[in-house]
Design a protein around this ligand. Structure first.
Ligand code: 8YV
Length: 319
């Protein structure tokens, strides 16, 4: 495989770390869409020669963008989720799509479990309690909720859900999961088909589903109420899997105990109602955000593009 194909023009939808940007710039002619103030004008100027898109999971590529690129052949996603890429538009034109599965699975699971621990044990408030002198002035920090031995529900036992459940087993939890069918690789965990029934079982409900039109708002009012005032919902998938208004209502009214969220509708802006709540832990969509994983993701984005333009098999094709 040639190490560089600088004549190939790629539209870059979002920024990458320097260690990814440099090799991309060496291998291709990169057009930085995210830096253009006038996006339409930018596309009009460079779009006709663009043969590839390098994007990020949450940014994807919509139909309008795809249609503005008549020579587009491949979209390489920096992320496992490709829900923001218009796959129908890609299929119509035979455009290939790649993502970065596997390399991020364990980091994402780690963060989900860490969010459960931090929120359940009140660690953010406890840290403040130490720093602002409350410990000395006001005494002992209020007691918090136990994690070990509780009931967990994993909604979506794919790669990430499986790693979450494996970790929860280390906390002696009673683990159940929901998916389209029972998984033979999960003989020790209980299959509960209905998300509402799973939520009823769970003290901690992990949302680990790949997002699609079918899973939109799968966690709606009924599921949220089934988790209930003592329970917690942890979302490390996509915001669209949860009905955010229903979640906010339940958190505000105490119908749901708490939530720990890494993803938000309209991120990086988020609904200001979240900021007024103290029963929610907010993270800036960084479940895959470790040096090790992001380097592996960047390499896969690059290697998929290089494979495509040198006629080799794609490493991690979606389409
Ligand atoms: C990344 C993600 O944070 O894998 C995904 O689908 O959303 C995340 O890993 C994101 O794609 C980086 O921009």
């Amino acid at each position: 495989m040639p190490a560089s194909t600088p004549a190939v023009e790629i539209l870059q939808i979002g920024p990458y770390p320097e260690w990814d940007q440099q090799p991309l710039d060496a291998a291709f002619t990169m057009h930085r869409y995210f830096e253009a103030d006038d996006k339409k004008g930018f596309l009009a100027a460079v779009g006709s020669n663009v043969r590839g898109i390098a994007t990020r999971g949450e940014l994807g590529a919509d139909r309008a963008l795809i249609e503005a690129l008549p020579k587009l052949e491949v979209i390489s996603v920096y992320g496992v989720g490709y829900d923001a890429v218009d796959l129908a538009a890609c299929r119509e034109r035979g455009i290939r799509v790649t993502n970065t599965p596997d390399v991020l699975t364990k980091d994402v699971a780690d963060l989900g479990v860490a969010m459960m621990m931090v929120q359940s044990r009140g660690m953010i408030g406890a840290e403040k309690w130490v720093r602002d002198g409350s410990w000395a002035a006001r005494g002992l920090y209020p007691l918090q909720k136990r994690v070990f031995g509780k009931k967990a529900g994993v909604l979506g036992l794919g790669r990430i859900g499986f790693e979450v459940a494996k970790r929860l087993a280390g906390f002696d939890m009673d683990i159940a999961y929901s998916d389209v069918a029972a998984k033979d690789y999960a003989p020790d965990w209980t299959f509960i088909e209905s998300p509402v029934e799973l939520a009823r079982h769970a003290d901690f409900l992990f949302v680990t589903l790949a997002a699609s039109a079918q899973t939109r708002h799968i966690v709606g009012r009924e599921v949220i109420d089934a988790v209930g005032p003592e329970g917690m919902i942890i979302n490390i998938s996509r915001a669209a899997n949860i009905d955010e208004d229903a979640l906010l209502d339940a958190l505000e009214q105490g119908r749901l105990g708490s939530a720990a969220l890494d993803v938000f509708e309209g991120e990086p802006k988020l609904n200001p109602r979240f900021l007024a709540l103290d029963n929610v832990l907010l993270q800036p969509h960084h479940a895959s955000g470790t040096f090790e994983t992001r380097k592996a993701m960047g390499k896969l984005v690059r290697d998929n593009l290089i494979a495509h333009f040198s006629g080799a098999d794609l490493l991690t094709p979606v389409l």
